[in-house]
Design a protein. Structure first.
Length: 491
């Protein structure tokens, strides 16, 4: 399971029960047990019994997620002897075979496994976690703190914020209530709850080090809470809660130059996570507002060139053709300083404001052009998908179309595949041992019909495929390298 760290960094992941070392420019929510040098406040207002009530309230709702990945890799990983000594001391037992170098052959091959955490948001089994925890998973297993185990079903994913929603079939479950992350203050206590190294229901304490972190390069859309609460391998997808036990963030990444915990962790703010969770729950996808501009931050030299008094604002570097921005009259070189009454500090601020705006909303925008302030209005539309992907993964291994991912067939792909006309969806992934693989489907196949119903888009595919029941015979018409082919499967 890749884990995200930032810096000149060694990324650590819990995969197939062993630590895997590899250089990354950034990895997501696992770190080591290196000692913290984080500053802790001197003057505190701590309950007499610490935070035991908060821990009792939250830990039953933070689950352990294990996955079996679509990729195959070795179960016998190489671990440096120095690290092995530390891990054997930490776990109190031998930590795998010694003396194997990084170039040694694999002992045997097996399924790649990953581990992370998740947060129960509702009593009926909806779980919020990180996308990287379940990415490429063909099997998702959820274990509750009371040791009950369930198969998880992926409801929706949003790689652009590294969030995902998983569902288990259970009721009357403990759940964490939403908190208002916008009210967090630097210096406020927070608790991180998760399953580091597979050690279930681990609680660590820290403070809010910063809010509204962006420009981290972790995800495309960023609104991170920075904390010094210890976050370690297996904490990905776990809860960051305030002292009232309310969810304010999903633990996602650490900054490290050693590969170990160094007191700098990041959690996706619930200000961003809550609407994404609700959208994935409702539609299985995320609807974002779209302005249609390329933007960059200002520095002092740019501010001077564009006759701006300070470096605040978002500089418009490009205006997309036929976009809401073009229709509103925005031009390259404009500096957006206010959006819907909210000051725009930088490009990240504008991005957050726009993506959270409902499609169809008319928004007042204030810009500076040639040193003069102007006001204009723009009608926000739904952000177009660069590649619209549908993942049909219901969790039943013999479901005819389980484990299949497709995307819309654009003109470039149509031309590359030698097809005439834009019709169908192209298969991008087929999970091993899935119903789709048993049906004979292959990556690169273009699905044109399912049960004689034409498939022109991902939307058509979703509508028809989800009507396929267990035990049905499915007739699929595909174009494979220019040849038409019917595939039939009975499950």
């Amino acid at each position: 399971m890749p884990y995200r760290t930032i810096g000149s960094v060694i990324g650590i992941g819990l995969v197939s029960g062993a630590l895997v070392w590899g250089t990354h420019s950034l990895t997501a929510s696992h770190a080591s047990d290196a000692p913290s040098t984080a500053f802790m406040p001197v003057a505190v207002d701590t309950p007499a019994n610490g935070f035991t009530e908060v821990a009792k309230q939250v830990t039953p709702a933070v689950v352990n997620i294990t996955t079996v990945m679509t990729e195959q890799t070795s179960e016998g990983f190489s671990v440096p002897d120095e690290l092995r000594d530390r891990m054997e001391e930490f776990f109190g037992k031998p930590f795998g075979p010694r003396g194997r170098g990084p170039s040694d052959p694999f002992e045997h091959r097996g399924p790649r496994r990953g581990q992370g955490s998740g947060v129960l948001i509702s009593p009926d089994g909806y779980i919020l976690t990180n996308n990287h925890v379940i990415d490429k998973a063909r099997e998702v297993n959820v274990t509750l703190p009371d040791k009950r185990e369930f198969k998880g079903r992926i409801i929706g994913t949003d790689p652009k914020t590294d969030l995902a929603v998983v569902k288990i079939n259970a009721t009357d479950l403990p759940a964490v209530s939403w908190g208002d992350a916008s009210r967090l203050q630097v210096g406020e206590y927070v608790l991180a709850v998760g399953n580091p190294f597979g050690l279930n229901s681990t609680v660590t304490l820290g403070i809010v080090s910063a809010v509204g972190r962006g420009h981290m390069g972790i995800t495309q859309y960023e609104d991170f809470i920075q904390t010094d609460a210890a976050i370690n391998p297996g904490n990905s997808g776990g809860a960051l809660v305030n002292t009232r036990g309310e969810l304010v963030g999903i633990n996602t990444a650490i900054f490290s130059q050693t590969g170990g915990y160094q007191g700098v962790g990041f959690a996706v703010s619930t200000t961003m996570a809550k609407p994404i969770y609700e959208s994935l729950l409702k539609t299985g996808r995320v609807v974002r507002g779209y302005l249609g501009v390329g933007i960059q931050d200002l520095n002092q030299d740019l501010a001077k060139s564009f006759k701006i008094k300070n470096s605040k604002g978002a500089l418009v570097s490009d205006v997309r053709e036929d976009s809401p921005a073009e229709q509103a009259g925005l031009k390259q070189g404009d500096v957006i300083v206010e959006y819907q009454g909210t000051p725009v500090e930088d490009g990240v601020t504008l991005q957050r404001l726009v993506t959270r705006t409902s499609a169809g909303t008319t928004v007042p925008v204030k810009v500076i052009r040639d040193g003069q302030e102007r006001e204009m209005t723009v009608r926000i539309v739904e952000q177009p998908d660069e590649t619209k992907v549908a993942k049909v993964e219901r969790g039943e291994p013999d479901y005819a179309l389980s484990g299949l991912a497709v995307e819309d067939l654009d003109q470039a792909t149509s031309k590359e595949l030698g097809l005439h006309g834009k019709r169908g969806v192209v298969v991008t992934r087929v999970a091993p041992d899935s119903g789709a693989e048993k049906a004979g489907l292959m990556p690169g196949d273009v699905i044109r019909e399912i049960n004689r119903q034409p498939i022109k888009s991902v939307k058509d595919f979703e509508k028809v495929s989800f009507d396929v029941k267990k035990g049905d015979s499915v007739l699929i018409l595909v174009n494979r390298r220019g040849s038409q082919l019917f595939l039939s499967v009975k499950v």
